[in-house]
Design a binder for this molecule. Structure first.
Ligand SMILES: Nc1ncnc2c1ncn2[C@@H]1O[C@H](COP(=O)(O)OP(=O)(O)OP(=O)(O)O)[C@@H](O)[C@H]1O
Length: 257
């Protein structure tokens, strides 16, 4: 393998020259950055900076007007959200998106179901041994993740009845249960108390996967991420380590104050 090919495979997310316009509004302009496989990168910026639009572009919910998106070395600009999820991309949302009328356990099990039940229709209809053992494995894995996320006692609670902090953890549990390769977290600590934030940070630190997170809590980003990308008015104004970002005069002027 050539050196450049090796560099390419080590890059999990590559955003190159991305632009998105909404009519006359330029939500993103020439946005370029990458995330190394297994790395954790934070995106910060004031309201309206383009953070959510950037997540939409990386997850395939929105096609950029310009530029390209790469995942694990492949150009996925034209690949939709489902195709990207098949490549192992998972996401949480600013407002946690859980299935309110399902229990916590069923929310997590749902994420293990979409690839198919194994054994096909016959497996389901006749409860074949292969189907039953797969079902046991699924439940075991789901319970393991509930434990990891501090939700074991809430397995049978309806997601809609939970306070926002718990719903965020359910969303996280559902996102990580089938061991994604890339996880995007949109304002993960919003609505969490200090203990829940700490737990959240511990859970994601232990995953060993590529993480891109948007967060208003700059302290959390500084503690959790090895690199930070700063957006302002749709443009990257800084990209560096937490210490570099903290000292960057343009960032201080635009954001940190
Ligand atoms: N669907 C849309 N139609 C029109 N304009 C939009 C749309 N989505 C976003 N915008 C505009 O694009 C810009 C970037 O918005 P975006 O939501 O990506 O910013 P953000 O950094 O996530 O903001 P916040 O921190 O408030 O969530 C803003 O000016 C916003 O008003």
């Amino acid at each position: 393998m050539t050196e450049s090919a090796m560099t390419e495979t080590a890059t999990a997310i590559e955003v190159k020259g991305v632009g998105v316009s909404f009519g006359g509004i330029r939500a993103l302009n020439e946005v370029t950055f990458s995330v190394t496989a297994g790395g954790t990168v934070g995106v910060i910026g004031p309201n309206g900076a383009g953070k959510t639009t950037l997540f939409d572009v990386v997850t395939g919910l929105r096609r950029p007007t310009q530029g390209s998106v790469g995942l694990h070395g492949a150009d996925v600009t034209a690949t939709g959200a489902l195709g990207r999820s098949r490549l192992g991309v998972r996401r949480t949302f600013q407002r946690p998106q859980v299935f309110g009328r399902l229990t916590v356990l069923d929310n997590v099990l749902a994420a293990l179901e979409w690839r198919g039940g194994g054994g096909g229709l016959a497996g389901d209809l006749f409860a074949l041994p292969s189907r039953r053992s797969r079902e046991r494995d699924r439940r075991e894995r789901a319970r393991e993740v509930l434990e990891q996320c501090g939700l074991a006692d809430l397995a049978d609670a309806y997601a809609a009845d939970l306070p926002i902090g718990r719903r965020r953890m359910v969303e996280l549990a559902r996102a990580i249960v089938d061991t994604p390769s890339v996880l995007l977290l949109d304002e993960p600590t919003s609505g969490l108390d200090a203990d829940q934030s700490t737990r959240f940070a511990e859970v994601i630190a232990g995953l060993g996967i590529t993480i891109l997170l948007v967060e208003h809590d700059v302290g959390f980003v500084m503690d959790t991420c090895e690199r930070i990308v700063v957006l302002n008015l749709g443009e990257v104004i800084a990209d560096g380590t937490p210490a570099e970002i903290h000292e960057n005069p343009a960032v201080r002027a635009a954001y940190l104050g």
